[in-house]
Design a protein. Structure first.
Ligand SMILES: Cc1cc2nc3c(=O)[nH]c(=O)nc-3n(C[C@H](O)[C@H](O)[C@H](O)COP(=O)(O)OP(=O)(O)OC[C@H]3O[C@@H](n4cnc5c(N)ncnc54)[C@H](O)[C@@H]3O)c2cc1C
Lengths: 249, 382
């Protein structure tokens, strides 16, 4: 069984991003980049499935510029077998990414596609769903548990009311939530071994996708700064302030 | 800190990310408690080794990641210093000064026996040169080793030895010959050898998490095959070993500066005085700008020296200059950071308080500030 894991290079989750002076976006110059945390969880899940014997090959794929090879190499160091990068300098958006993934899916014919529920840069939460629709595959989103049994996959989903378990026929799409697993570290010997694993590059033409953004960002602004709070001495004082200062009651 | 610098490649960045996560998840949540306890669990060596971090800077043939990639070593050392404890970093890294003489000049037998065990985190290695009688004047060291048949009879004391209590293998400088540098040798002495004992951990100003100890040798019989390198040729080995140690001390000092700056910057943005944040005062802004400038210059110079070292240049002068510049920078920045924190900077529990104390050893260990200047003086023909 083959698993395809799409991953994304994003700003490291520890970085406090700054909005550019011209409000055209966030400043990415010299900012530390990393694999999207939900993608790390997707890679980890695939590796665990491989370790359990349910999966024989893991292919990771990303859409982006050459710098994203670093994240592919990280995925290879974590246990993926092969990597593919679809080349584009554009800031690819969910629909174009989903189309590119469809092209890679057709080429690779994996039995299972596991990807993060969202990327922490745009927080769109769209790619997995769009790809499943384009490929005509069943989807189990926000997975907190994944079990492969024969030609079925059971996905436990985190939903507002609690947990929902769905069973999908393979091939299928699973998007990962935070509590699915705790990703391992890439050990140094595995990082060295990953250098020798294959990494293929496909051009935008080869996948037949136009990555020109269809959604235009008009303006990016930092969230309004909150003023420091105060500690009130009594309930009376609180009510007084809510009435006369905040004017909410 | 940016790590997109051209000195570092994709592999360095990936290993850096692993080291950073190791520090964030395994060390930072515990570091205050470990510092107060004056120690850290021995398993940490094993954990670092399992990730391959201990092997960086040591040959592949004996379980390392290779000894030739200096920037890989720098990337890992920088991230380990993010644990905010120089003591933990120094103890976890004592193998970096203890082992190289063994894999460079030891017998094949010794290399096979010792190096893999240390790189796998099962055993700890330490370097013992300094004596109660003096550390700077290495050529004058007094611990005697007299050859008797298949053994050396060792008598004397060492002091201020990092990992001195917990180490299993000690790379010890001894006098086998006449006065002066031509009579110095290196011996591998193992914990448990009769006649070899260690003091309890010495109480220190900083580096609390590190076990620093005195070593006592009383008619300690060391097998002759434990000689590292040629008899009476130890001085050259010690001086060669110092080059990398000094570069790593530059990295420690620069990271001390970097952390002091980052802490001060964040605090100055948050802390209010006279109705505005500290960064609202031009004097604070300028101080922060000067801190940022100093750390960047110092770091860039260290990288430059490392690049020369990587290319095989002789950098005795440059690495001494880099060490003095980096430690002076860290002296100033840790002082300034505590100043920006005000009273809080004097309190245990703030990172800058620890940086301030831990920093004080850096212009002393691995060759003092004055000794570095003496080295430079000689190199520039004074
Ligand atoms: C926490 C800690 C950990 C250490 N870890 C180790 C270790 O693992 N292994 C090890 O071998 N050592 C270790 N040391 C010892 C350290 O290397 C020595 O302290 C250092 O080399 C200085 O030696 P000394 O303390 O004997 O000072 P001294 O040599 O007595 O020097 C005292 C002062 O005189 C100055 N001085 C000396 N000679 C000259 C000169 N020619 N011109 C001008 N000034 C001079 C020195 O610069 C210094 O200011 C450690 C020390 C500490 C504090």
């Amino acid at each position: 069984m083959k698993v395809l894991v799409p991953i994304k290079r994003v700003v490291d989750h520890n970085v406090k991003v700054r909005v550019k002076a011209d409000n055209s976006g966030v400043d990415l110059a010299n900012v530390k980049m990393a694999m999207n945390p939900f993608c790390e969880i997707a890679v980890e899940e695939a590796v665990r499935l491989k370790e359990s014997g349910a999966v024989s090959e893991i292919v990771v794929v990303t859409i982006g510029a050459k710098a994203a090879d670093e994240q592919l190499r990280t995925a290879l160091a974590l246990g993926a077998d092969r990597a593919i990068r679809v080349e584009t300098e554009e800031d690819a958006q969910p629909l174009a990414i989903a189309k590119a993934l469809k092209a890679v899916y057709d080429k690779e014919s994996p039995n299972l596609v596991i990807l993060g529920k969202q990327a922490i840069d745009g927080d769109n939460n769209q790619t997995g769903q769009m790809f499943a629709a384009l490929a005509g595959l069943p989807q189990g989103t926000f997975a907190s548990e994944v079990k492969v049994e024969g030609d079925k996959v059971q996905v436990t989903r985190e939903i507002d009311g609690g947990l929902q378990t769905v069973e999908l026929s393979l091939p299928a799409v699973v998007t990962t939530d935070l509590r699915l697993n705790e990703p391992r570290y890439a050990s140094l010997p595995n990082i060295m071994k990953a250098k020798k694993k294959p990494l293929d590059v496909l051009s935008a033409d080869e996948v037949g996708v136009d990555f020109t953004p269809k959604v235009k960002v008009l303006k990016v602004e930092a969230p309004a700064e909150r003023e420091a709070g105060i500690i009130v001495g009594s309930v009376d004082e609180l009510v007084e302030k809510l009435k006369n200062e905040a004017k909410v009651i | 800190m940016q790590n997109t610098h051209s000195y570092f490649n994709e592999t360095h960045n990936m290993v850096r990310a692993t080291a950073r996560r190791f520090v964030e998840e395994r060390i930072l949540p515990n570091i205050d408690a470990w510092e107060e306890a004056g120690t850290f669990p021995r398993e940490l060596y094993k954990e670092a080794a399992d990730l391959g971090l201990l092997g960086v800077g040591h040959p592949e043939a004996y379980g390392g990641a290779g000894e030739t990639d200096i920037f890989l070593k720098i990337a890992v050392s920088e991230e380990l210093m993010r644990c905010t404890s120089g003591g933990l970093t120094a103890s976890l890294g004592s193998l970096d000064i203890g082992l190289p003489p063994i894999w460079r000049w030891g017998s094949e037998d010794m290399k096979q026996r010792v190096v893999p065990q240390v790189l796998s985190g099962e055993k700890i290695s330490a370097l013992a040169i300094t004596e109660p009688g003096g550390g700077s004047d290495v050529a004058n060291l007094q611990t005697r080793a007299v050859r008797e048949g298949d053994y050396y009879r060792v008598n004397g004391n060492k002091t201020f030895i990092t990992s001195g209590c917990r180490a299993d293998y000690y790379t010890v400088a001894v006098r086998t010959g006449d006065k002066g540098f031509g009579g110095v040798s290196l011996l591998l002495i193992e914990k448990g050898t009769p006649g070899f004992s260690q003091s309890p951990p010495l109480k220190k100003m900083g580096w609390w998490a590190s076990d620093t100890a005195e070593l006592y040798f009383e008619d300690c019989m060391v097998p002759a095959e434990n000689l590292i390198g040629p008899e009476n040729g130890g001085f050259y080995c010690i001086m060669t070993n110092f080059q990398m140690e000094r570069l790593m001390l530059c990295v420690m000092a620069n990271m001390t500066s970097q952390l002091a700056y980052e802490e001060a910057l964040n605090y100055a943005k948050e802390r209010q005085a006279f109705g505005r944040s500290l960064t609202g005062f031009q004097v604070t802004r300028h101080k922060l700008v000067e801190m940022a400038t100093a750390v960047e210059i110092s770091r860039e110079y260290t990288y430059r020296v490392a690049a020369k070292m990587q290319a095989g240049d002789n950098v005795i002068k440059e690495v001494s200059m880099a060490k003095n510049f980096a430690t002076q920078t860290a002296d100033k920045l840790t002082y300034d950071a505590v100043q920006i924190f005000g009273g809080a900077g004097f309190m245990r529990g703030t990172v800058v308080e620890r940086l301030y104390r831990d920093n004080r050893i850096l212009p002393i260990g691995g060759g003092t500030y004055e000794i570095m200047n003496e080295v430079i003086a000689k190199q520039i023909g004074l």
